[in-house]
Write a protein that binds this ligand. Structure first.
Ligand code: PBG
Length: 327
């Protein structure tokens, strides 16, 4: 048979060296952001494992600093912080308190690890007694415009504590503009906003809500987060956030929405982040714990898919594990 008659793709797959030479996509330590959960507590040694997220824990600020120290030694470059306040109220005041839990955690981590990029999640759901991402009306509806002020206050308080990037995840309309204006007015013109621009109302956030104790007490988030069947709407959301001043656009969740990551990649020149959320993490962990899949290979394959789809940045609970694998 004439060797030009058909494509012999196997020629370049015959050894690891050959495969590495023609590798198109790479997961690098500086692509990854590891999320952490900081708890407001007097117990300096507080560590509570999250049952549905094996290996992840709620941590006191001191314990968090210990854990981050190990991750930084492995090469961690960026972290995303969530806070669990000692007390919650109707208006989520713990979220924008000068000495709130995220603000405390940011100050500590910036002191210990000045080079670590600290991203803060800007939202009210961990701080409100009703668990919604904004203020509730007496009819139980999340009020958009009155919430914007509080989100802007939250972002400014994170910036004052030393955050390097603020990441609004609430899905209120107009919040990027409100946050951008408030940051500029407070002297933070150079602080980037990473917007959860395309965030779907997803079943894959289940384990996170256990981790952050932020499940809505009644109802769901469908009136503000995006409807999973829609992709044209994702372009609209992304364009709006860019116009309002977002520097990085995020798609969330990641694996079931790789078409959306690609859609944004092909339509915008801005950096794109993808969030491999708690449920995606839990699925891989659970299958691996049962011996049904090879954990390390499944982790890498999932991240390569997200990267191939067009993400520049991946937020993943596997970041620490991947850094170990890449050592
Ligand atoms: C807060 C927020 C959520 C997540 C990130 N920020 C939960 C939600 O919207 O219900 C989910 C992250 C994850 O599942 O890992 N609004």
């Amino acid at each position: 048979m004439d060797s030009h008659a058909f494509f012999r793709g196997r020629r370049l797959r015959r050894s690891q060296t050959l495969r590495d030479l023609v590798r198109e996509t790479e997961i690098r330590p500086h692509d990854l952001i590891q999320p952490y959960f900081a708890v407001e507590t007097d117990d300096k040694n507080f560590e509570k494992p999250i049952a549905s997220m094996p290996g992840q824990s709620q941590l006191s600020v001191d314990k968090l600093a210990e854990r981050v120290a190990k991750a930084v030694d492995l090469g961690l470059r960026a972290a995303l912080l969530f806070g669990i306040p000692a007390e919650k109220d109707e208006v989520g005041s713990g979220g924008y308190a000068e000495n709130g839990i995220v603000q405390q955690a940011v100050r500590r981590l910036k002191k210990d690890f000045p080079a670590l990029c600290i991203v803060t999640d800007v939202c009210l759901c961990e701080y409100t007694s009703h668990g919604h991402c904004g203020l509730l009306s007496s009819q139980g509806e999340v009020k958009n415009d009155p919430t914007l002020d509080l989100l802007a206050k939250t972002a400014v308080s994170h910036a004052r504590a030393g955050a390097d990037i603020v990441a609004p995840s609430d899905m209120m309309d107009g919040r990027v503009l409100a946050i951008r204006q408030a940051l500029d007015a407070d002297g933070f013109k150079d602080l980037p906003v990473m917007s959860y621009a395309v965030k779907y109302a997803s079943s894959f956030y289940g384990p996170f809500r256990e981790a952050a104790e932020s499940a809505p007490a009644s109802g769901d988030r469908k009136a503000y987060q995006m409807d999973p069947p829609n992709s044209r709407e994702a372009l609209r959301e992304a364009a709006a956030d860019l116009e309002e001043g977002a520097d990085i656009l995020m798609v969330k969740p990641a694996m079931p929405y790789q078409d959306i990551i690609r859609l944004l990649r092909d339509n915008f020149d801005t950096p794109i982040a993808a969030y491999q959320v708690s449920g995606e993490f839990a699925m891989i962990k659970a299958a691996a714990a049962n011996g049904w899949i090879d954990e390390d290979r499944a982790i890498m394959e999932s991240l390569l898919g997200i990267k191939r789809a067009g993400a520049d940045i991946i937020i993943t609970y596997f970041a620490e594990d991947v850094l170990k694998m890449l050592q």
